[in-house]
Design a binder for this molecule. Structure first.
Ligand code: MN
Length: 480
């Protein structure tokens, strides 16, 4: 995956100036590739001096599978009408890098120097056409050698990687959504149009058959890995082995169908002896998305967060509050990804109080601390809304030895009460995708690329202002 870099100019400057524009552009791109710590490479595709070349470059960027986005920068003045047709055709995310070759105004500056280095002029013309066309775009301003610019470009690149992944994502649903639950439902056809997700059902019976076809040798291999990576805190080896079978069978089906995420529900496990617990946790650790109770939207978002950033990420659920300390205890029945574990996970077997199946093996651990976000995608009827909660994960306040599931605790920003009021006003789900690497800026970039509303809840958020924002947003997004 790479990003296309185009420099704006025009013919009027003559070959000598254009050669200098190209040399400077190559130097900027070279620096960004070698010293900026960006997650993906940038390919310089030339100095644009006329509409034909611009349109050709935009078409090429749109149809190259490996190109995840286009970065433009106007070194000199670049009359913007010549960009219009190309930008209209562009089908990839666009970042307008408003930089300038030189950091400072040099001593002895003359008119020739100023004509060559006039991004302040050229990028305003370029910005106007972006605004005129109402094109979604990210604008990053600053000198190309500064870390603040690198960080903004890196986050946008991660959003683009998430967008490219989203457009190819297939989600395997075992069973339907949990009966009577509203927020995990949604329009799958609309989701495919908006995000590219192919959300399709597969028979649980096929999974049961695949589980039965797993060989003892395959189980032994996985069991050896369990012994190596986890503390085995149970005598019920048969239950652990059954989860190994589930893991192998589900992985096989996901690979066969080229799916990057899956769902299941405890209400539809016909032919299975246990709800997949340990098995689901292991697949999430491999990078697969997961949503409980048929929640395909959260499953997709978990997979996307994992592909945007290599940091730990998991399916999560707001479970219980500690109002005294302003904290949320997050967990799920079983399915929390061990990538977020702060300690060595333990394999344990405990009964589930719902579902009527055998007690499933699961990984039990406490989550790591640090800044994180959780994201919830909800279907508002006719459109989607992404809600992002900024938070600080903290070590669990108590040992909780009677709690038989993986858990993590966090302080939502600005504080538990305000965050919860805002989340509930916005209609955020109890299920979320949690990431320790992706932040609001990246998710907002991603939402802009996908064409959906993004609501931030974090430091400074205030319920009355958010309520007004949601009402205004509903009018705007409802008309799109
Ligand atoms: Mn749930």
């Amino acid at each position: 995956m790479y990003f296309t870099f185009l420099t704006g100019s025009q013919h009027l400057y003559g070959p000598e100036t254009l050669a200098q524009v190209e040399a400077n552009s190559r130097e900027i791109v070279g620096f960004l590739n070698e010293k900026a710590g960006l997650p993906f490479p940038i390919e310089f595709r030339g100095v644009m001096t006329g509409p034909e070349a611009i349109t050709a470059a935009m078409k090429q960027a749109s149809f190259e599978d490996g190109c995840a986005g286009v970065i433009t920068f106007c070194h000199t003045f670049s009359p913007s009408k010549m960009w219009m047709n190309g930008l209209r055709l562009l089908q990839k995310p666009w970042l307008h890098l408003h930089t300038q070759y030189g950091m400072e105004i040099p001593d002895g500056i003359d008119m020739d120097f100023m004509n060559l280095h006039q991004s302040a002029h050229g990028d305003r013309e370029h910005g106007y056409i972006g605004a005129f066309l109402r094109l979604p775009r990210r604008v990053v301003a600053g000198h190309w050698t500064t870390p603040a610019v690198h960080e903004k470009v890196a986050k946008w690149m991660q959003a683009c990687a998430g967008a490219a992944f989203s457009k190819t994502l297939k989600i395997m649903r075992f069973g339907d959504n949990m009966r009577e639950v509203a927020v995990t439902e949604g329009n799958k056809t609309a989701a495919q149009e908006q995000f590219g997700w192919a959300v399709n059902t597969f028979p649980v019976g096929d999974l049961a058959q695949a589980v039965n076809a797993v060989t003892d040798a395959q189980v032994k291999e996985i069991m050896d890995e369990y012994h190596e990576r986890y503390t085995i805190n149970t005598d019920d080896t048969a239950s652990v082995e059954y989860q190994a079978r589930l893991e192998i069978a589900m992985l096989g089906l996901l690979q066969r169908e080229k799916c990057g995420a899956f769902t299941n529900t405890f209400e539809d496990l016909h032919g299975l002896r246990q709800l997949p617990g340990l098995a689901t946790q292991r697949l999430m650790a491999r990078g697969y998305g997961y949503g409980g109770e048929g929640d395909w939207k959260t499953s997709a978002m978990t997979a996307i967060l994992k592909h945007m950033h290599p940091a730990p990420a998991s399916f999560m659920e707001d479970y219980t509050y500690d109002f005294a300390q302003g904290l949320v205890l997050g967990a799920h029945m079983l399915e929390v990804c061990p990538s977020i574990a702060a300690d060595k996970p333990r394999i344990e077997v405990h009964p589930l109080s719902i579902g009527g199946k055998e007690p499933p093996a699961r990984l039990v651990f406490a989550g790591r601390q640090g800044p994180a976000v959780c994201a919830s995608m909800v279907d508002m009827g006719g459109r989607f809304r992404l809600i992002v909660q900024e938070m600080e994960c903290v070590p669990p306040t108590k040992p909780m030895p009677q709690l038989p599931v993986a858990r993590t605790m966090w302080k939502p920003l600005p504080c538990l009460e305000t965050a919860a009021e805002c989340w509930i006003l916005a209609g955020g789900a109890h299920h979320t995708a949690l990431s320790y690497g992706v932040d609001y800026t990246t998710l907002n970039d991603w939402a802009r690329i996908m064409g959906v509303e993004c609501v931030r809840i974090g430091a400074g958020t205030e319920p009355a202002a958010l309520e007004r924002e949601l009402m205004v947003s509903d009018m705007i997004w409802g008309r799109k």
